[in-house]
Every structure is written in C-alpha cells, then in structure tokens.
Design a protein around this ligand. Structure first.
Ligand code: PRP
Ligand code: GUN
Ligand code: MG
Length: 167
C-alpha cells in the first residue's frame, strides 16, 4: 500500500512552541497514571516522539524511558507501518503503567500498531489530526487533516524576501 497524502496547509512548529506544548501535555497527564498517579516508564515512538517524551519524562519525574520504532513514512508518502525495534518486554509487559508518547497522530496507523503491541498503555501525543483521534488518549492541539505539521528538526532559519522589494 502506497499513497500520497493531500496537504493543503502547513503548520510550522518552533523548538520553543514544541517545548511549551510538550510541557502542556505533561501538565495534562499529571496524576493520571495507574500507580498513585505515576507511570512505571515512558515509551517514545521514534523518532518524532523522542523530544516530547524527554520533556514529559522530565516534568513527570519518570526515569525509565524506552523506545519503539515504527516505520511507515518516507517524507509525506505513507506505506504499511511495521515495528522495526520493540521496547524491552520485561519493562512494558501488556502496557499496564506505561505512558507512550509521540509527536503527532495523523491517520492513526502508527498508534494502531503500537496499541497492538501494548494494549493497556496510555497513549499521548502533542498534536492530533481528526482521523487519528480515536487512537490517542491525551493530546494538546488539533490541526485539520489536510495540514502537514513541520517540526523544528525538519526546518532551518532562512532569509525571507520582504513583501515590498526595491528591485
Ligand atoms: O498516524 P500516522 O498516519 O501513522 O502518522 C503519525 C506518525 O508519522 C510520523 O512518524 P514517521 O513515521 O514519519 O517517522 P519519524 O517519527 O521517524 O519521523 C509521526 O512522528 C508519527 O509517529
Ligand atoms: N512531520 C510530519 N510527519 C507526519 N507523519 C504523518 N503526518 C505528519 C505530519 O503532519 N508531519
Ligand atoms: Mg514518528
């Protein structure tokens, strides 16, 4: 399966904005864990989930952080997702007490695979699109389905021509 997704709009996220939004996610998640409000571990979905997972783990004082790697996109082209690296099964079990963090949910296919792997985990993303919302338990900001989110690690500062030029 290979399909190119139609994206009319761009939503450009700076490091500062990502930091604020990931902190807001941590704030919302505070006290929601099963064991006296605390999770046993954070699992970041690589690669995009790593920066938000670090910020959430820092804010919620969770020291055990593992990763799951699900590959499905090559730039904006999506194919069937597959797990290419699993977290330590002794840490995650069936997902009870585990907080999974990703940068965004779009179609929800990545999270579907992750849920299959740890059905009892709580799943949180910073950003969400409508199609993927049913797959995520907690998120901060929703953008429309036809928006492509650009993260700071995919961008660079560059010169922009003024609206009114002298040439
Ligand atoms: O809801 P979905 O349609 O499955 O898409 C969401 C996933 O797509 C992006 O990851 P990507 O596969 O591009 O890998 P990356 O995190 O390594 O950039 C994003 O970071 C999510 O993990
Ligand atoms: N960077 C980025 N990756 C994605 N993967 C699926 N949707 C998106 C998106 O909107 N932005
Ligand atoms: Mg990702």
């Amino acid at each position: 399966m290979d399909n190119r997704l139609p994206h009319e709009k761009g939503f450009h996220v700076s490091w500062d904005q990502l930091h604020r939004d990931a902190r807001a996610l941590a704030w919302r998640l505070q006290g929601q864990g099963p064991d006296e409000g605390q999770w046993r571990a954070v699992v970041a979905i690589t690669r995009g989930g790593m920066a938000p997972a670090m910020i959430v783990a820092r804010e919620l004082d969770i020291r055990t952080v593992d990763t799951i790697s699900v590959k499905s996109y090559n730039h904006q082209t999506q194919s069937a997702p597959r797990i290419i690296k699993s977290p330590d099964p002794q840490v995650i079990g069936d997902g009870t007490g585990i907080l999974v963090v990703d940068d965004l949910v779009d179609t929800g296919r990545t999270l579907e695979v992750v849920r299959g792997h740890m059905p009892k985990a709580q799943i949180a993303t910073v950003y969400a699109k409508p199609q993927g919302r049913p797959q995520v338990d907690t998120f901060i900001t929703e953008v429309s389905q036809d928006t492509w989110i650009f993260f700071p690690w995919d961008m660079a500062l560059q010169y922009v021509k003024p609206y009114r030029g002298s040439d």
